[in-house]
Design a protein around this ligand. Structure first.
Ligand SMILES: C[S@@+](CC[C@H](N)C(=O)[O-])C[C@H]1O[C@@H](n2cnc3c(N)ncnc32)[C@H](O)[C@@H]1O
Length: 243
């Protein structure tokens, strides 16, 4: 049974105040990198998995997507998405990605931002997405980077020279990680880079591009706090298509 931490009132209140939720896609530093990995959207049938407030679902339609189905486990996230969307070609559904079965051959693009690291059975999910996509259909997703996820206590350490170090331990021990983010005990699932990419390959995807997001110099000048993102990758961005 998935955790559904986004429906926890304290978590939801904190999460809703993040720049990426207050300002939408422009508040997400990796958004330009994601955009460059997306296929042309004109006429596409899109599934947005873990759609949250629906920022990307609405943007896809503005780019000409024929329809968008947004799925999310959290009633509060879906409630906000529905309230903020006025578009008959966007539909939101409450669904657990560990159980969701999309109809076969029914989407041209499956998109997901920062949701798959909450999914226990990635192999099942990838197989299901492959069946749901048409031949040549695209999968574009982001997750927390395995280097960011691996540690038992994922937080900066300062060494004797004052350098910021991100700990990586237990890298090859895959599975549950509990972290404290707005509330204690947020459950995520760590998988190595090899497992993540090999799962896609085994299920019949061809990988097109991998980005280990790092901010540009211009982004850092505008927002100096982003400089620490150069120390280790926090997000992994993947684009692939079915063969
Ligand atoms: C970090 S938020 C990202 C939301 C949105 N994609 C965005 O970029 O703004 C992660 C989302 O995944 C959803 N989620 C977590 N576990 C899930 C699961 N098992 N099934 C479906 N959605 C899930 C959460 O409710 C939350 O809305």
């Amino acid at each position: 049974m998935a955790q559904n931490i986004y429906d926890d009132p304290k978590f939801f209140a904190g999460y809703s105040q993040l720049p990426r939720q207050v300002h939408g896609l422009k508040g997400a530093p990796e958004w330009n990198a994601i955009k460059a990995m997306l296929p042309p959207l004109e006429g596409k049938r899109v599934a947005d998995l873990g759609c949250g407030f629906g920022w990307a679902s609405r943007w896809m339609r503005q780019q000409g997507a024929a329809s968008v189905m947004g799925y999310d486990l959290s009633e509060k996230m879906i409630g906000r998405a529905r309230a903020d969307t006025d578009d008959e070609a966007i539909h939101y559904r409450i669904a657990d990605l560990d159980r969701l079965e999309l109809p076969v051959d029914s989407f041209d693009l499956v998109y997901s931002a920062l949701a798959f690291h909450y999914v226990a059975d990635f192999d099942r999910l990838v197989g299901m997405m492959h069946r749901a996509l048409t031949l040549g259909g695209a999968l574009v997703f982001t997750i927390e980077h395995p280097i960011f996820m691996a540690a038992s206590q994922p937080d900066w350490i300062e060494d004797e020279q004052g350098r910021k170090i991100w700990p990586v331990n237990g890298y090859s021990i895959e599975g549950e990680r509990r972290t404290n983010w707005f509330v204690d005990g947020v459950l995520k699932y760590h998988r190595t880079m090899g497992t993540t990419l090999n799962t896609l390959i085994r299920q019949g995807f061809q990988i097109d591009r991998i980005e280990e997001f790092a901010p540009t110099t211009a982004q850092i000048s505008e927002n100096p706090g982003l400089a620490e993102e150069l120390e280790r990758p926090m997000m992994l961005l993947v684009s692939a298509h079915t063969t």
